[in-house]
Design a protein around this ligand. Structure first.
Ligand SMILES: Nc1ncnc2c1ncn2[C@@H]1O[C@H](COP(=O)(O)OP(=O)(O)OP(=O)(O)O)[C@@H](O)[C@H]1O
Ligand SMILES: Cc1ncsc1CCO
Ligand SMILES: [Mg+2]
Length: 273
């Protein structure tokens, strides 16, 4: 992917400051909101079925995360995803721990009917969502990104773009693929860093696609790749300064806030693969 495309997606995101509607999990709510704010977007956590399907029409993107799924929030997720799908509001699904229980698996099957634009999960989640065997450890991954590539490709029958995160992130639309070689293992030591990435990708696809027509896979791929590079570069910067997970989190928010387009481009490690 050409650096100028990444530069364009990044500046469009910053200029747009998209409103991202999140129906995320109880653990992640605060982190997701702080990450979106630090990056320059606007977060809203609106969960109840009485208002979420109405609220989503105000947002540039919807992020749904099943981390602490309940029967009640599932109904709200389905109703809200249906509106997003019918009104061309791009939406992203984070299938947290989908391999752990049949409730999560069935919930994802129902959510996939409303065609998420992007699915983002760790390697175990992507494998499980595709119906392949995985070594999921609750919400943590026990599998490699490389081993989940075929699963990601299969999932492009449900979503235009699929993102697998891990040591080297991989993003595909089923034909093209990009590896994003940034990040730091410390990112796995703070809960909900993956959930917040999902919401940030939501912001990037919301800012970089048109609301008047269905998002095309090139725009989604470019936007998702840019979000991945930005996020994981911020992780690298934060890890250089941090002594452990506690102040890593603080440095991470600061790095997201301060990282500039030119720094992102100068340090870019994104390859076609
Ligand atoms: N070993 C690693 N080295 C470098 N970066 C990593 C590593 N593992 C994960 N990351 C980065 O951490 C971020 C979150 O990805 P991860 O796969 O850990 O999400 P997750 O398992 O869904 O997290 P959570 O469920 O806790 O929110 C991504 O930006 C990814 O690039
Ligand atoms: C720890 C945890 N449990 C359910 S969701 C969540 C946040 C990371 O996905
Ligand atoms: Mg996760």
């Amino acid at each position: 992917m050409q650096p100028k495309i990444i530069h364009h997606c990044f500046t469009t995101f910053k200029d747009t400051s998209p409103l991202v509607h999140n129906i995320t999990n109880d653990v992640a709510n605060n982190t997701v909101a702080n990450v979106l704010l630090a990056a320059g977007a606007s977060p809203a956590m609106v969960h109840d079925i009485k208002e979420a399907p109405e609220f989503v029409t105000l947002a540039q993107a919807l992020s749904i995360n099943i981390g602490t799924l309940t029967q009640t929030t599932l109904q709200s997720m389905l109703a809200t995803a249906e509106v997003a799908h019918s009104q061309n509001i791009p939406w992203i699904l984070d299938p947290v721990a989908v391999g752990a229980t049949s409730f999560r698996q069935q919930a994802c099957t129902e959510l996939l009917k409303f065609k998420p634009d992007v699915i983002r999960g760790n390697a175990s989640e992507i494998l499980a969502l595709a119906g392949m065997s995985s070594r999921t450890k609750g919400t943590d991954s026990g599998d490699s990104v490389e081993g989940a590539k075929e699963a990601a490709q299969q999932l492009t029958q449900y979503a235009k773009v699929v993102v697998v995160t891990g040591a080297i992130d991989w993003v595909t639309d089923g034909t093209q693929g990009y590896a994003v070689d940034h990040g730091h293992p410390m990112m796995t030591q703070v809960t909900a860093i993956g959930c917040a990435l999902t919401a940030l990708i939501g912001g990037f696809i919301g800012a970089n696609t048109s609301k008047t027509e269905e998002a095309n896979s090139d725009s989604l791929l470019n936007a998702a790749t840019t979000a991945l590079a930005y996020y994981a570069q911020a992780g690298e910067i934060a890890a250089q300064q941090a002594k452990g997970p506690g102040n890593f989190y603080v440095h991470f928010l600061d790095a997201l806030y301060n990282l500039e387009a030119q720094t992102l481009i100068d340090n870019l490690r994104v390859t076609s693969s």
